[in-house]
Ligand binder design. Structure first.
Ligand code: BTN
Length: 274
């Protein structure tokens, strides 16, 4: 077991059994190398950001069995009960990507997450733009990409083993989606394997190469949708993502508009009158 990194909670807070199991399950190249698993932290984002400042290497993963201040996008709380997988990974994209394309990394991670969960369970999952992973039962995972210390901290929260009564309303777990379920160790490894592939392709060829696959996994493609940008709400047809990963909506006026941030919802088509 590697020593506790500086800028992080002390060794005593680490769950060494779990760390060993998760580490032994990894067949990745650089993702999770090294891997540190804590029993409980405030947020893996903050521990990883401190590690980023201390010069930790790209691919290092800080994971926790629970978080006391897990956070999501837009200042929301990410409830982090036991049975979930909560981790942040350090990334060093080149400067031009760091300056303009950090949100695309959340989409790359979404792709890795849906494929990993599909591979492990055989079930269909969807990406709800920009950063949610859904199953038929509800939201299973959330992703957060932050620009910290001139590096990227990518945070992923996946509900794995929880029951419905241990999750917030609208959330679901891998176990609720598939009776056979999957272990957090298997989910971490499957995510890491898929992420290494998509991230390398994104670095080499840019987001446009990922677009077709992304469209396949997108929730509500072609259907009526709304996007709320905070200031305004737009309605139209969900056209998926463009070459830069922006959300495309064909407004009711016929104009096509691209959004680089916002909250999307799918509007189920209304029943035709009988
Ligand atoms: C969202 O759905 O808004 C994003 C949720 C991201 C949650 C993960 S859990 C691991 C990492 N630590 C955090 O505090 N947040 C991210």
């Amino acid at each position: 077991m590697a020593n506790a990194p500086t800028g992080s909670p002390p060794d005593a807070e680490r769950d060494s059994d779990c760390e060993k199991r998760w580490h032994d399950a990894l067949s990745t190249d650089w993702f999770g190398r090294p891997l540190f698993v804590y029993r409980e932290v405030n947020s893996t984002m903050d521990v990883a950001a401190a590690r980023a400042k201390d010069g930790a290497r790209e691919g290092e993963v800080i994971a926790a069995r629970m978080q006391t201040q897990g956070r999501g996008r837009l200042g929301r709380i990410w409830e982090s009960s036991p049975g979930g997988l909560y981790f942040s990974v350090l990334l060093d994209p080149p400067n031009e990507k760091l300056a303009h394309e950090v949100p695309q990394i959340a989409l790359v991670a979404g792709l890795a997450a849906v494929e990993a969960l599909h591979q492990l369970t055989g079930k269909r999952f969807w990406i709800r733009w920009p950063n949610d992973v859904l199953s038929e039962q509800g939201k299973v995972a959330g992703i957060l990409a932050e620009h910290r210390e001139n590096r990227v901290v990518l945070g992923v929260g996946i509900n794995v083993l929880q029951n419905a009564d241990e999750l917030p309303e609208g959330a679901a777990s891998v176990k609720m989606t598939c009776d056979a379920g999957a272990s957090p160790a298997a989910v971490l490894n499957a995510f890491g394997e898929r992420f290494e592939i998509w991230y390398a392709l994104w670095l080499k060829e840019g987001f446009s190469t990922l677009r077709r696959t992304m469209q396949f996994w997108l929730h509500g493609l072609g259907e009526p949708a709304t996007i709320s940008t905070g200031a305004q709400m737009y309605e139209g047809q969900n056209l998926g993502v463009d070459e830069q990963g922006r959300f495309l909506l064909r407004l009711d006026s016929g104009i096509q508009k691209a959004f680089d941030q916002g909250e999307t919802t799918r509007m189920r088509p209304t029943e035709p009158p009988k």
